[in-house]
Design a protein around this ligand. Structure first.
Ligand SMILES: Nc1ncnc2c1ncn2[C@@H]1O[C@H](COP(=O)(O)OP(=O)(O)OP(=O)(O)O)[C@@H](O)[C@H]1O
Ligand SMILES: [Mg+2]
Length: 256
């Protein structure tokens, strides 16, 4: 179980202070899949970086309870591949010296297979399209068999067909291995298709929590998905002055 208690993060920008995240309290139950949706600049990446331990909060704290995540996998908004290593080398990088070479090769092959890039193991990053590079980044996270998988708009660069396939693949992997997944997106439909819980983030605050109880894989053309989508959009587009106090329930989304 991973918990955020009153997490806040501010940055200094010249003489000003930018509040990227303000007082976010959340619980991510072990093995759950949560999506976080919100417009550009609302603090999604900041929240993910704090959850990953890549940055320290300005206020509040993260708690990892007994049996909490040990191995954290992160997929960033950009692929960030190492240009001097081929695709297989990029995927295997985190496993080096941890396993015998044959086991590393085997796991890397399986991870590349999951993202549909088996044929490109020997390609160099510069020879890949943006979407392919992003799929390599996903394979690089999966190969570590993380128990907490943090994904920052991982499918934003993909065409609609590949994106659907990757969404389904992610759900299949989640159902097979049950990592705790936190998935950030600005796409409300994607948030509904992938989340057991959808959290709405606005100006650094959690302004809504939409539980989605539909079975996986979900069909974007169904009325149920559309209903959730409409409700979330209505909440996100409703005027919400930065000074307005948050309802307690929203601030404590997924209280368990
Ligand atoms: N290192 C930094 N220094 C200063 N300000 C920052 C820094 N990182 C983020 N911010 C500010 O914090 C706010 C939230 O940024 P963040 O990257 O978390 O947004 P986001 O929701 O991920 O947006 P996007 O959808 O465009 O990726 C923005 O106002 C941004 O300018
Ligand atoms: Mg971002």
């Amino acid at each position: 179980m991973l918990e955020a208690h009153h997490l806040g993060k501010s940055y200094r920008l010249g003489d000003n202070e930018v509040t990227a995240l303000a007082d976010v309290s959340l619980t991510f139950p072990r093995g759950s899949i949560t999506t976080i949706v919100g417009r550009s600049g609302c603090g999604k990446t900041t929240l993910l970086r704090l959850l990953a331990g890549l940055e320290q909060p300005s206020s509040g704290e993260l708690r990892r309870s007994e049996g909490g995540p040990q191995r954290i996998g992160v997929v960033f908004q950009e692929a960030r591949l190492m240009p001097w290593l081929d695709v297989a080398g990029n995927v295997a990088f985190g496993l080096r010296r941890r396993l015998p070479p044959e086991a590393i090769a085997e796991r890397s092959r399986a991870a590349l297979d999951m993202v549909g890039l088996s044929a490109f193991a020997e390609a160099m990053p510069g020879q890949l399209s943006g979407g392919m590079a992003q799929r390599v980044a996903i394979a690089r996270a999966l190969v570590m068999e993380p128990d907490l998988l943090l994904l920052d708009e991982p499918f934003a660069a993909l065409d609609a067909f590949t994106r659907r396939a990757m969404q389904n693949e992610l759900i299949a992997i989640w159902q097979r291995k049950r990592p705790t997944i936190v998935f950030v997106t600005h796409d409300v439909e994607e948030a509904v298709l992938l989340g057991e819980h959808v959290l709405e983030l606005e100006r650094g605050r959690v302004v809504g929590h939409e539980p989605v109880a539909l079975p996986f894989p979900r069909d974007p053309t169904t009325a149920e998905v559309n209903d959730h989508r409409r409700r979330i959009l209505a909440k996100l587009t409703a005027p919400s002055p930065a000074s307005a106090p948050l309802p307690e329930a929203a601030a404590n989304a997924i209280a368990t």
